[in-house]
Design a protein around this ligand. Structure first.
Ligand code: KQY
Length: 376
């Protein structure tokens, strides 16, 4: 049995680093389920391959894929991408995968949160999710890292850290009765402190309008540097997003981070509303237990859903006049990184975007799991 820890990262001197800290690589899962992805997931696979191709220019990428799709993925992915077989229920490794933590000696460990498909039997997005729930454990084992396995449901997209003791979350998601109904806000804060090594929890009320995750902050508001956050925004007071973003702005303006700093807030203007077309909806198989796709439904499109890699930002583009403005905004916030815009619509049709389908592995000097049995 690989090394299972019963302590907590904080007690052991570990913390979740910010996404802009150096990575040793990036993990992804390959999309294939036809009740979430239209056209037998072919358009989504091309979009995922474009994301992997952009990231692999800057850091090693591993894509985990089912046995049935292994050869397809191998053929579609850039040759520098490592493809490994792994079973999963879908392809959202940000949420079902591990969160890696590091200490000051360069050691790395993994947190294997519990996963319930964004709401469990009551209002999860598909059933079952048992294989997704094993992804964190499998990735941690492949890296020979020691593993924490808290009895706590958490998706990686529902937290965003600055690596210096602050985390952003939303009440809509973390206090939702469909995640950890037995836990109070204080107990949830304690878990965030114990597992992420965070002192300060910045609570926003809601996430992006109609986000099916019910409020993931990685689609809404994130740290872009110590003391600086980005917030999805619209100036259109008639758009339902306006009141949500305005309320978050107030909370962010009133907040201080773990170092007592006031936050500098950058507004990232959203694209015009993106609605599912009849053709797109018709391409998705209708299966009981999976969130259906209906023509005319608005999708939770946001430029905040970008990946920060070594020397690169991979951002979704929506073929919208705001794409260019978002790209310039990110270029100004990350001057030492190249900005690569990839087509975001197909990933959005599945319910998320670039950040949701990627999971960074921080650079570490060692993983302290003994891999050789010592003689008795
Ligand atoms: O992190 C995400 N945005 C994942 C959403 C899951 C969508 C399943 N349809």
């Amino acid at each position: 049995m690989p090394h299972l820890l019963t302590t907590t990262p904080h007690a052991d001197g570990f913390r979740m680093p910010a996404e802009w800290e150096p990575h040793s690589g990036c993990w992804m899962l390959w999309p294939e389920r036809s009740d979430n992805w239209r056209g037998g997931a072919k358009p989504a696979q091309r979009a995922f391959a474009a994301v992997a191709a952009a990231i692999t220019l800057h850091e090693p990428v591993t894509v985990c894929v089912s046995p049935a799709q292994y050869l397809v993925a191998r053929a579609m992915l850039d040759p520098t991408v490592r493809v490994v077989e792994m079973t999963s229920n879908d392809s959202w490794i940000r949420d079902c995968g591990p969160t890696f933590v590091v200490n000051d000696h360069g050691d790395m460990r993994g947190i294997d949160w519990k996963f319930n498909a964004w709401g469990g039997l009551e209002d999860g997005l598909y059933f079952p999710w048992d294989q997704d729930d094993l992804v964190g454990e499998k990735v941690i084992e492949l890296e020979r890292a020691a593993r924490y396995a808290p009895d706590f449901i958490l998706e990686g997209g529902s937290i965003d850290v600055d690596g210096e003791g602050s985390v952003i979350v939303t009440e809509q998601c973390l206090l939702n009765h469909d995640r950890n109904p037995g836990l109070t806000r204080e107990q949830i804060e304690t878990n965030l402190r114990d597992y992420l090594g965070c002192k300060t929890v910045i609570w926003l009320e809601n996430g992006v309008y109609l986000d099916e995750t019910k409020g993931h902050t990685d689609n809404f508001s994130r740290f872009v540097a110590p003391g600086e956050v980005i917030l999805t925004w619209t100036d259109d007071a008639d758009d339902p997003q306006y009141a949500i973003s305005a309320a978050a702005l107030k909370r962010l303006e009133a907040a201080t981070d773990a170092h007592g700093r006031k936050l500098k807030i950058h507004k990232l203007h959203q694209p015009a509303p993106i609605l599912i077309t009849a053709d797109e909806a018709a391409g998705v198989d209708h299966v009981e237990g999976t969130l259906p796709r209906t023509p005319g439904d608005r999708l939770a499109a946001s430029y905040v859903n970008f990946y920060i890699g070594n020397g690169v930002i991979v951002m979704p583009a929506f073929d919208d006049p705001m794409d260019e403005r978002a790209q310039s905004c990110l270029a100004a916030l990350f001057p030492s990184r190249r900005i690569i815009a990839v087509p975001g619509r197909e990933i959005l049709l599945g319910g998320g975007n670039v950040h949701c389908i990627t999971q960074q592995q921080p650079k570490a000097l060692s993983v302290p799991l003994p891999s050789v049995r010592t003689a008795a």
